[in-house]
Design a protein around this ligand. Structure first.
Ligand code: PA5
Length: 423
């Protein structure tokens, strides 16, 4: 069992594991490990890639002196870094991270460009394919603004491109312009790439301890390799959710961290779960929620609506800040019970009460316990859900690593933007 994470499935149903299910889980694990060992899928090997960490640290050193790093990317190319930045930004001591290219909203990009001092900004454009319209549109606009601000020669030194090493439009631009470049491994898809140069370079620019992220991920990966899949918590998470969806008709999978710092982690989870498992007319619908906030919004539906949901809470056991309610509140009889109480106590009680109330009504829920939010636990959480996704893909019988639906929409969009009529 991990020292970093603990998945409590007490409020989930008791999974009736037959010999056949055990065999299926064993086969799923074997397929995930085989795909790693034969080189088809590289994400399980990320924590061993010390060359990646050294390469990134060297480049960060070369590019020190900038105050901001503007990350241009979308989906798998930016959601991981966004999640970690949101969690760690108050402790980070490096460049400030800004993000664009995650949308084509002109107002958003204009506002970012307005507040940036481009002379002090490093641009990290990230696209595996190099032809993603959101990322590349933002890149061309930002590059032009940068050239106007600092001139062509300096602009070249202020751009780092993270892309395929051998081919693609961005790769060709890099070759022509001579930008610094970092690779996106061929055998790691966007949403599994947070622990590669894709996620780690901007985070290292921000001063985030990427080696600690790798250590956390390694602990979870090693555990997955060593344990039987019925013992392993990430594999169990997958098995419970696939069984709940298929056999008990609970296709809605909610991720609800009780921590503002983990708000965007739920968005990262939403992508990996949806884009990996939604295939061939089937698949779960993940929802990102936030505790305790959504107790006053979504919870009514979870508690009292259709019984088609499985809820995953994330409980952070130790918060960094210790804040308590002033003792003077004792004078207000209706709220006196809050006097002197720490917010940590309250948020824990809120998750506990919600889990309990849901379970009481037969609403299944599980809780991932995390000691504290830091680089090590974030790395561990990414690997936990990557493993769960890989196993769930096998159990659903889908290819978790492609995204034909996303590609189809990219093709249609291009047809429209090229001025063609849709047939
Ligand atoms: O997970 C995925 O494959 C996608 O979300 C991609 O990361 C996203 O579409 C961006 O693609 P690219 O990195 O090629 O620009």
């Amino acid at each position: 069992m991990s020292t970093l994470l603990r998945y409590d499935a007490t409020n989930m149903f008791r999974l009736p594991i037959t010999v056949r299910d055990r065999q299926q889980l064993d086969d799923a694990k074997k397929a995930v490990i085989d795909a790693w060992k034969n080189g088809d899928q590289g994400w399980l090997g990320c924590p061993d890639d010390s060359a990646c960490v050294s390469r990134i640290k060297k480049l960060v050193k070369e590019k020190s002196g900038f105050t901001t790093c503007l990350v241009l990317g979308i989906g798998g190319s930016d959601l991981g870094a966004r999640a970690v930045w949101h969690a760690m930004k108050d402790e980070a001591r490096g460049m400030t991270l800004e993000f664009a290219g995650g949308n084509t909203d002109p107002d958003e990009l204009a506002a970012i460009l307005k507040r940036l001092n481009l002379k002090k900004t490093l641009i990290n454009v990230i696209s595996k394919s190099g032809n993603t319209v959101e990322t590349m549109s933002a890149f061309f606009i930002v590059r032009e603004a940068l050239i106007s601000a600092v001139g062509e020669t300096k602009a070249r030194q202020q751009i780092v491109a993270t892309t395929d090493e051998e081919s693609g439009i961005l790769h060709d631009i890099v070759m022509k312009e001579g930008y610094a470049t970092l690779p996106v491994p061929k055998n790691i898809g966007g949403r599994f790439s947070v622990l590669t140069d894709v996620g780690l370079f901007p985070l290292a620019c921000a001063g985030i301890n990427i080696a600690a992220m790798m250590r956390g991920a390694k602990e979870i990966r090693d555990e997955f390799v060593a344990e039987t899949p019925t013992q392993n918590e990430a594999a169990r998470y997958a098995a419970l959710h696939v069984y709940g969806d298929r056999a008990l008709h609970m296709p809605i999978h909610i991720m609800m961290p009780y921590s503002e710092r983990l708000r965007l982690f739920a968005f990262w989870y939403r992508q990996i779960w949806a884009e990996s498992l939604g295939k061939d007319g089937h698949g779960p619908t993940p929802i990102a929620a936030l505790g305790a906030t959504d107790q006053h919004s979504q919870l009514q539906l979870y508690q009292d609506g259709p019984k088609d949901k499985m809820i995953s809470f994330i409980e952070v056991e130790h918060f960094k800040a210790k804040i308590s309610i002033p003792r003077s509140v004792k004078k207000i009889p209706q709220l006196a019970y809050l006097s002197g109480m720490s917010l940590e106590t309250i948020i824990h009680a809120e998750r506990d009460a919600t889990a309990h109330a849901l379970a009481h009504e037969g609403r299944v829920n599980g809780t991932l316990h995390v000691g504290r939010v830091d680089e090590t636990t974030l790395g561990a959480m990414f690997m936990f859900f990557e493993v769960a996704t890989g196993i769930a893909g096998q159990l659903y019988g889908v290819n978790a690593y492609n995204q034909p639906g996303v590609e189809a929409s990219k093709t249609v969009m291009r047809t429209i933007l090229e001025g063609n009529v849709l047939s």
